[in-house]
Design a protein around this ligand. Structure first.
Ligand SMILES: Cc1ncc(COP(=O)(O)O)c(C=O)c1O
Length: 411
């Protein structure tokens, strides 16, 4: 028997990442942490496998007056938070034009707001073939599908030809396109578009936008932007979204989850950028309507944490110092994994930034099960395996590729 409405019938399955993570934790308990490599978790863990919660962030939270945590917030977010979001996201690389910010529960909330308000029922959104699966889940909840382009060409570069082909096909079919680009530090690959890649993407959009009946929306998912090699260089691309034709709208999905180790606080924002003020006003009020319809307002305490840190130069500096120490830790681990892969000849996708790296393979489910027998747990994707360098200490990152290579060669 079923009680749910037709649109709410979904397969009864648990999130595969969370169940693999539980199996890895059970193995750690049974065999000891040193015997198990748990590369399933999408959060920064210290070398002992404990979740990192930044001191500068949580000291600030605990210093807030109770009322500042307890009170309702404005639906679009507190004004100080909206300003703070622009500051930490763009770091001085603000695109020219009109910009409005709507608070959301995490980057996920921003993606939901953007996708719902800028696609019609039965539309598809364009994402790469290596993509974060919740994009599909967020879409299917309200009858939006996904179509893919190949992220990489044969030389491992951004595949502009594939992007261009799918972009044009969908835009001609639907008259509008909503395309998600998760960069820098793409989940699951660790790839970051270069400035030249962005130029090619935007040249294509500008050409298509000459037809004023066409509507083009970029959703730029920057969930991992605080874990890039070069903070400033990695933000230069934001400038490119300035002064675009008015039928191109850019929405940046900002998240406090990774950059502030605030995963459970559920705070983010959708940032709308346009050369046309009416378009950003429309963005603001359409998204606010959805906020009201879904969750009303967001976590006021989390907003205050960001606003207070950003408003005080000393606090911001201390936060940056702490965050950068974890960024350095992450890079050491990622380098160890890339080096280990090179040494044993394991093919991996080009890693640049962020929490993850991926290994292409034919039978990811089977590979995962076989690797679990070697006490190495990672996440199966459609086209390969995802290894979370954010959660695994350096020496394990170094030795994991050889274990993976041995299993992939054998199955
Ligand atoms: C690619 C990507 N986008 C967005 C998010 C949003 O996360 P949150 O909703 O916690 O901000 C995540 C989190 O894992 C992610 O991996």
């Amino acid at each position: 028997m079923s009680m749910v409405a037709e649109h709410a019938k979904w397969p009864k399955e648990n999130d595969i990442i969370f169940s693999l993570s539980e199996r890895a934790q059970a193995a750690e308990k049974e065999l000891g942490k040193d015997k198990v490599i748990n590369a399933t978790i999408g959060a920064l863990m210290d070398d002992n496998g404990k979740l990192i919660a930044m001191k500068t962030v949580y000291d600030q939270l605990k210093n807030l007056p109770n009322e500042e945590i307890s009170a309702y917030a404005s639906i679009g977010g507190q004004p100080a938070y909206q300003e703070a979001v622009k500051k930490v996201c763009f770091k001085g690389n603000d695109p020219e034009g009109y910009i409005r910010v709507v608070a959301s529960p995490g980057g996920s909330g921003a993606i939901k707001l953007a996708m719902y308000n800028y696609t019609n029922e039965n539309d598809v959104v364009l994402v790469s073939d290596w993509y974060w699966s919740p994009y599909g889940i967020i879409g299917e909840e309200t009858k939006r599908g996904v179509e893919n382009y190949a992220l990489f060409d044969e030389s491992g570069n951004f595949n502009i030809d594939s992007y261009s082909e799918k972009f044009t096909e969908i835009l001609n079919r639907q008259g509008r396109i909503f395309t998600i680009i998760n960069s820098p530090g793409n989940n699951p690959t660790g790839y970051s578009l270069s400035d030249e890649d962005w130029d090619k993407v935007l040249d294509l959009a500008k050409e298509a936008a000459k037809d004023k009946d066409k509507k083009i929306v970029f959703l730029v998912d920057v969930a991992y932007i605080d874990f890039v090699r070069d903070d400033d260089a990695s933000r230069k691309f934001f400038k490119k979204f300035g002064n675009l034709p008015s039928n191109i709208l850019t929405i940046v999905a900002f998240s406090m989850s990774k950059g502030f180790t605030a995963y459970g606080m559920r705070m983010g924002a959708a940032i709308g950028i346009s050369s046309d003020e009416d378009i950003t006003e429309e963005f603001y009020y359409s998204l606010m309507h959805s906020c009201r319809a879904n969750w009303s307002n967001c976590n006021r305490g989390a907003m205050a944490v960001l606003s207070e840190i950003v408003a005080d130069d000393k606090k911001y500096e201390e936060y940056e110092k702490e965050k950068n120490s974890y960024k350095d830790m992450l890079l050491v681990r990622a380098n160890a994994f890339v080096e280990g892969a090179k040494e044993c000849g394991l093919e991996i996708l080009p890693y640049r930034d962020g929490f993850f790296t991926s290994i292409p393979c034919d039978n990811p489910m089977k590979a995962c099960e076989e690797l679990a027998k070697e006490n190495l747990y990672l996440v199966p994707l459609k086209m390969g395996l995802r290894f979370a360098v954010c959660a695994v200490e350096e020496s394990k990152c170094k030795k994991a590729p050889a274990i993976i290579k041995e299993v992939l060669d054998r199955i």
